[in-house]
Design a protein around this ligand. Structure first.
Ligand SMILES: [Mn+2]
Length: 392
């Protein structure tokens, strides 16, 4: 077992970025159930993220969506003031190149040069806002793709995407990293332009040295071995970070580890195995990408962070020297049991020690519930809010 102090140090380094959109009244594409305490403005989203950070000590940054959080007239100074007040910073900038009607046939892969340029201009604007708010990541997900065989030339779209990503890469500040996210289907139902990690990696390599692949855990087919993809991307220095969530069926945006905690553990195990082999880890952006339709949003985020910390700690407990020795003997049962021993260890006492050493509540959900934050937010924000029938 790794030494207790080493694990505590690892937990110090383990930071998780929260998504601003996870605190708003977002939900499913078929409708949303309104929560009176949900955030209405970017300032309220940042305040809610600040509440999670205050109670967990692990979430110093907040990812934002350009159009949702910086609409026309939004004061950047106000965002920075609010972030400072709540002890957080702005994390990844996420351009919105998927909602506007002009993107019906794609954004960066649209046949129309004018629309491609509009999408690229929006990405450049996002990079520019990112520079002003101190963001280090531009995080790109595209809905681009086709719904029917024969609809478009797959290779033409590949070339268009590669050209545009290279231009976006060149527009980034020196300290920025580009994250290229993939997803096999939805909204495109035949050929998504960036459908898997191989396509994302080829495009990231072509874009430039500061472009990496973003693994969204919900963006895979059920049987995909995600931890193997993670291990390969790490070994090729192409892993940029994660969007954490869980799912039972498709891209369900459920809280991390709610369905399959062993899979999350196996991902963390591969990351720590890389560290064991190489003595270091590249900077990885651990981000949450979840929209909670039913769970209270702040509680769901705290639960996510707590689960991530518990599972990450389990991965830190794997006895890697014993595992290597066991593997060398082809001892399958012994090797697997080394992983299982770590996975089935109750890491909550270690996490409690870590929290106590940082003056944090040992049970952050309980602390949130007794803080009255939710009730106050609902009273302030809920008034006059009617049922929302929009589909998004
Ligand atoms: Mn995502």
């Amino acid at each position: 077992m790794a030494k207790h102090d080493t694990v505590l140090k690892r937990l110090d380094e383990f930071k998780i970025e929260l998504p601003s959109w996870g605190f708003a009244n977002t939900g499913t594409r078929f409708g949303k159930f309104i929560q009176p305490a949900a955030a209405r403005t970017v300032e309220e989203k940042i305040a809610d993220a600040g509440q999670v950070h205050k109670l967990t000590g692990a979430c110093p940054t907040v990812a934002v969506h350009t159009l949702w959080d910086f609409p026309k007239g939004q004061s950047i100074a106000s965002v920075l003031r609010t972030a400072k007040k709540h002890g957080v910073k702005i994390g990844a900038m996420n351009p919105n190149v998927f909602e506007s009607q002009q993107y019906k046939w794609g954004s960066l892969t649209n046949r129309s040069e004018q629309i491609r340029n509009a999408a690229l201009a929006h990405i450049r604007d996002s990079i520019d806002i990112g520079r002003q708010v101190g963001s280090e990541f531009i995080s790109l997900w595209f809905a681009d793709g086709t719904n029917y065989p024969g609809q478009a030339d797959i290779i033409e779209r590949k070339h268009l995407m590669a050209d545009a990503l290279k231009k976006a890469h060149d527009a980034m500040a020196e300290n920025m990293t580009m994250l290229v996210e993939y997803k096999p289907f939805e909204p495109a139902f035949y050929a998504t332009d960036i459908a898997d990690w191989g396509m994302a990696m080829i495009l990231a390599r072509a874009a430039g040295p500061r472009a990496k692949v973003l693994v969204d855990t919900g963006h895979h087919y059920q049987a995909t071995n995600i931890e193997q993809i993670v291990a390969w991307l790490l070994d090729d220095n192409m892993l940029g970070g994660f969007h954490f969530n869980d799912r039972k069926y498709a891209d369900d945006d459920l809280t991390l580890g709610s369905i399959d905690p062993y899979q999350v553990f196996r991902i963390f195990h591969e990351i720590e195995n890389y560290r064991f082999r190489n003595g270091n880890l590249p900077a990885l952006a651990y981000m949450v990408d979840q929209s909670h339709n039913l769970k209270p949003k702040i509680e769901a985020m705290i639960q996510t962070v707590d689960t991530a910390q518990q599972l990450y700690t389990k991965a830190c407990l794997v006895d890697r020297k014993a595992l290597a020795a066991s593997q060398a003997k082809e001892d399958l049962v012994g090797s697997e049991n080394i992983l299982r021993a770590a996975f089935f260890t109750d890491t909550r006492p270690i996490l409690a020690d870590w929290r106590k050493s940082h003056g944090l509540p040992t049970d952050p959900i309980d602390a949130h519930r007794s803080s009255g934050y939710e009730r106050r937010a609902a009273a302030r924000r809920g008034a006059g809010r009617s049922a929302d029938h929009s589909f998004a």
